[in-house]
Ligand binder design. Structure first.
Ligand SMILES: Nc1ncnc2c1ncn2[C@@H]1O[C@H](COP(=O)(O)OP(=O)(O)OP(=O)(O)O)[C@@H](O)[C@H]1O
Length: 320
């Protein structure tokens, strides 16, 4: 649905997107991760047709945005990070204003507005001033506004930012429903657990480039296969240490008395095989736990330099 190829964008001397290549599949609910200043908003604003790219190519639904920006824009609804100033407008007037921007007037604009306000749970607030709405309600109104022309692609910049847990939950449900109804959704978020819960695909943006991208389930599976193992034994720690050091899946061992922290790259079968070896050697295992995979650990691995991460190797051979 969206294909960025070698896209570059600078603000004066600051190059923010440095040859960015990314593909957002049609029908996906795509999450964009990245540290502050990574270039997420810049990327989303380019996707929404609000910023021009300096070089490279962007196709929206197969349309080259540089050749036919107006046609590309009709395919997109954009929800920015922040609501803007609409002090003297009621909810109904706000919707009617944006409907007119897309050539919808009279009865068709009214029916579309009613349908969208119902979908976002704001039917009862049509006559309220938009400034009287809570932040969560404003965010839902902004979403309804972005859907006024029934776009195929919805782009949202930090949509859950500043929302309380209840509003976050209802917005996530709404995005899930829209995704199921066939919309392609591209959103950024700092709440990584949220992305793993709702997104089908993610990309990690770092210093203006895509460092990793793929289906969330596949990424979580890979994370799970590279997570540490924590093992505690009642005794037999020397035998256990010898086994850990000779196991091909164990990259580093940290020992504290009868407890071990293993950097382990392996499948659940590899884990089971190591446990079986300990049992066969009659080492009494007290606990054997693989830490769960999270998007946070993946994100940190991608964006924090290796030199900043501490990996402790147990070099001491004296207890063998
Ligand atoms: N209009 C602008 N003029 C000059 N520099 C800008 C402009 N907009 C953004 N920048 C700079 O570009 C870089 C990327 O900004 P951008 O807002 O795209 O990042 P982001 O990943 O969305 O960050 P955040 O998570 O903090 O919102 C930052 O260094 C920012 O200061």
């Amino acid at each position: 649905m969206l294909v960025f190829s070698d896209v570059r964008k600078s603000y004066r001397n600051l190059e923010v997107l440095k040859g960015l290549t990314l593909s957002v599949p049609r029908g996906s609910l795509f999450g964009l991760m990245g540290q502050n200043g990574a270039g997420k908003t810049t990327l989303l604003r380019i996707a929404a047709g609000l910023l021009a790219l300096d070089s490279g190519e962007l196709l929206v639904g197969g349309i080259d945005v540089r050749r036919d920006p107006a046609r590309a824009k009709r395919l997109i609804g954009f929800v920015p990070d922040g609501f803007g100033a609409y002090d003297n407008m009621s909810v109904a007037e706000y919707m009617s204003f944006f409907a007119s921007c897309f050539g919808l007037y009279g009865r068709s604009a009214r029916l579309r507005t009613e349908d969208l306000l119902q979908r976002v749970g704001l039917s009862a607030r049509q006559d309220s001033l938009v400034t009287e709405l809570s932040k969560g309600m404003q965010q839902r109104l902004s979403l309804a506004r972005a859907l006024i022309h029934d776009p195929e692609l919805l782009v949202l910049d930090e949509p859950t930012n500043g929302l309380d847990p209840g509003s976050r939950f209802s917005l996530r449900e709404l995005l899930g429903e829209l995704s199921e109804s066939g919309k392609t959704i591209l959103l950024s978020s700092h709440v990584l657990s949220e992305l793993s819960e709702i997104c089908t695909d993610i990309a990690v943006l770092d210093k203006g480039r895509v460092r990793a991208t793929g289906e969330v389930q596949e990424i979580l599976r890979q994370i799970a296969n590279s997570n540490p193992l924590r093992v505690a034994v009642l005794n037999g720690e020397k035998t256990a240490l010898r086994m850990f050091r000779t196991n091909p899946c164990v990259r580093a061992v940290m020992q504290e008395g009868k407890q071990f922290h293993l950097e382990f790259i392996g499948s659940p079968e590899d884990e089971a095989s190591l446990l079986q070896q300990l049992i066969d050697a009659e080492v009494p295992v007290k606990s054997f736990v693989r830490e769960p995979g999270t998007l946070e650990s993946f994100f940190l691995n991608m964006t924090v330099g290796r030199e900043e991460r501490i990996i402790v190797h147990d070099e001491d051979e004296s207890d063998m």
